[in-house]
Design a binder for this molecule. Structure first.
Ligand SMILES: [Zn+2]
Length: 309
């Protein structure tokens, strides 16, 4: 038995498989990403707490002699166990290594892959059908987010995706949908572009704000940032049915039908749902980077085809 195995046994450390499972659950709790262990003190402790590790289990140090350099390297045994578990998950392609994740997020993090996400859902008894509503990041989805954010803005943009198919939802199209949602919601800082509402569920797993297509998905509108805007549920609905549209300078234009609303129509207590759309100086909230603002070709199409002047 190796020195390390003997130490693991003597200290009654958790098994690597158990650590792997808790790692997957912890990744899920942190929306799919955790810091690498060398710099992520809180994560290292959080997982140790899951196992109720005692002080001696947390602080035990493994000494290894590097014969070539003739020096002794000391590593905390618990860090090493965590690293070995994460490494084994990476070999099974359930997580991405910090050296790969950094290329996507510029941070040294372990990140769930789509398979790792599925595995975490299984471990937590969460149905697969919830997947598309969860904000959990996965390597594959973040790849799409990165592409959506970084592709050069086209001068002449066609907001329609002729090749879009609806016959059946494939794994690939499901990942693309989640990439679109995540990219739009992050670009608008989880806020409604019209009213600024920013709120999540009590368990903080899901945001109220939605990624709205400007040319609707049902008409094969593209899943990218030039055809998207973040809107709260009410303003998403109002936009989709044509109560308001956007001008080329992103000012809000309200339907003239709003001028003769019957009394008590479209109100929540004193809040006037329809007229309040105009209340904020007329321009929507936009991401800082102009390259990812909605494209004028999409909003022009919305003005001409959905809006009720
Ligand atoms: Zn809103």
């Amino acid at each position: 038995m190796s020195y390390e195995s003997k130490m693991l046994e003597d200290l009654a450390m958790p098994s690597r498989k158990d650590v792997e499972n808790v790692l997957l659950k912890t990744l899920f709790k942190h929306n799919g990403v955790i810091k690498e262990f060398a710099t992520g003190e809180e994560i290292v402790n959080e997982i140790a707490d899951e196992f109720n590790l005692k002080k001696n289990q947390r602080t035990a140090v493994l000494e290894r002699i590097y014969r070539k350099e003739n020096r002794i390297v000391k590593t905390p045994l618990w860090h090493r166990l965590l690293y070995r578990a994460a490494d084994s998950l990476a070999k099974e392609k359930l997580v991405s290594r910090p050296t790969s994740t950094i290329l996507l997020t510029t941070k040294k993090e372990w990140m769930l892959t789509e398979n790792g996400f599925d595995e975490a859902l299984k471990l937590l008894n969460i149905p697969q059908t919830q997947k598309e509503f969860l904000p959990t990041k996965s390597f594959e989805v973040q790849k799409i987010v990165k592409k959506l954010i970084e592709t050069a803005r086209p001068e002449n943009y066609n907001p329609f995706d002729k090749g879009k198919k609806f016959a059946k939802i494939t794994r690939e199209s499901a990942i693309r949908n989640r990439g679109f949602r995540q990219a739009v919601i992050e670009a608008y800082d989880c806020k409604c572009a019209v009213c600024g509402l920013k709120i999540n569920s009590p368990d903080s797993f899901s945001w109220e704000v939605e990624a709205a297509h400007i040319v609707p998905n049902s008409l094969k509108g593209k899943d990218d940032l030039w055809n998207g805007v973040a809107l709260c549920h009410i303003h998403h609905w109002a936009f989709d049915v044509g109560w308001f549209t956007l001008l080329d300078d992103y000012k809000i234009q309200l339907s003239s039908k709003a001028n003769n609303l019957p009394n008590n129509f479209g109100r929540m207590e004193k809040y006037e749902v329809i007229n309040s759309i105009l209340s904020r100086a007329g321009t929507i909230f936009l991401p800082e980077r102009t390259e990812i603002h909605p494209h004028k070709n999409s909003i022009q199409w919305h003005r001409e085809n959905i809006f009720h002047p």
